[in-house]
Design a protein around this ligand. Structure first.
Ligand SMILES: Cc1cc2nc3c(=O)[nH]c(=O)nc-3n(C[C@H](O)[C@H](O)[C@H](O)COP(=O)(O)OP(=O)(O)OC[C@H]3O[C@@H](n4cnc5c(N)ncnc54)[C@H](O)[C@@H]3O)c2cc1C
Length: 283
């Protein structure tokens, strides 16, 4: 059943229709000019001349946060604020890393009240701070296109700045984080030119509860770059390995920082993350 047309009274002048499906079967088949609407914090913040119809996913009856048998699931309508307040997630040591990722966004709590985690992931900005952490936590994404569902790993989702593997008409239904990944305490470091400014470089590291260590950098590159080790690497091994991995991915540059500056900052933050984990391992 097609959802109701809930409003045409909005200030994106080219939008003719907003569809608010009341169930998943009501998500209409893709047509030219469609855009999925999460919290709208990005969609409503900049012109989208090609968009004609918005399909509102925030009204779908999908659990915002739920415990499965072996994983936590975060549904499409779940906002960043709800995620931060979730008792289910707060019970896990890795909550601190998720919380740090949201705090690292250059947006304020006013945006977090509306913005969804899935919207942040699907926007796929190079400076997205949540996607790299979801990669560290071995998250996977349930994607829906019509009646077809598929799971993909967070690590393979984002392919570039504002680019990901979603097919036309496909949407991110749920994010799954396995319990087995939630038992560690990670570290996240980010830098921007001003205190609340756009993220120029980000690094994060995670001691995998089942063994090994994962490191990721982003914002310096067009998408996050993650590497893994069986044990905590030395500074030189980490640097060499990340330099090699980053060489496979285009660097990002804009008015907030040149490519070389961002790269150098990402590698510096990465070593700071390693140092933090080493400090904890020694303590
Ligand atoms: C002041 C400000 C600062 C910001 N700083 C940062 C920052 O530092 N880093 C960062 O990453 N972002 C930043 N953002 C962007 C913000 O985080 C995003 O606007 C937000 O996370 C997107 O969530 P949303 O639910 O509002 O998405 P929307 O604006 O509704 O949608 C964003 C995009 O994702 C698509 N989409 C949404 N949900 C789904 C879904 N479930 N399946 C498929 N596609 C979907 C939409 O079609 C659209 O293309 C900032 C925004 C503001 C206003």
């Amino acid at each position: 059943m097609m959802g109701a047309i809930c409003s045409s009274d909005m200030d994106l002048y080219n939008i003719d229709e907003i569809v608010c499906p009341t169930n998943e079967a009501g998500v209409p088949a893709k047509k030219a000019g469609d855009a999925f609407l999460g919290g709208g914090t990005w969609l409503y913040s900049t012109p989208h001349p090609s968009a004609k119809r918005l399909i509102d996913l925030s009204t779908l009856p999908i659990q915002h946060i739920e415990m499965g048998e072996d994983a936590v699931y975060i549904g499409a309508p779940c906002t960043l604020a709800q995620l931060r307040e979730s008792e289910i997630l707060r019970a896990w040591p890795a909550f601190g890393l998720l919380d740090a990722a949201i705090n690292a966004l250059s947006s304020s709590f006013k945006v977090w009240e509306l913005a969804t985690l899935t919207g942040n992931v699907c926007l796929s900005l190079n400076k997205c701070t949540t996607a790299p952490v979801l990669m560290l936590l071995d998250a996977s994404y349930e994607l829906r296109l019509g009646d077809e569902l598929r799971w993909v790993s967070a690590a393979e989702f984002q392919t570039g700045h504002l680019e990901n593997i979603l097919r036309p008409g496909e949407w991110l239904r749920r994010i799954r984080i396995p319990f087995a990944s939630l038992g560690g305490e990670g570290v996240l470091k980010r830098i921007s030119l001003t205190e609340e400014g756009s993220v120029v470089a980000l690094a994060s590291a995670y001691p995998v509860p089942t063994g090994g260590f994962r490191f990721v950098v982003s914002a310096a590159t067009v998408r996050p770059v993650m590497i893994s080790f069986d044990s905590l690497p030395t500074a030189s091994l980490l640097l060499e390995s990340m330099e090699k991995a980053m060489a496979q991915v285009p660097l990002y540059a804009d008015s907030h920082g040149s490519a070389e500056y961002r790269r150098a900052m990402a590698l510096d933050l990465l070593e700071q993350c390693r140092g933090s984990l080493q400090g904890e391992a020694v303590a």
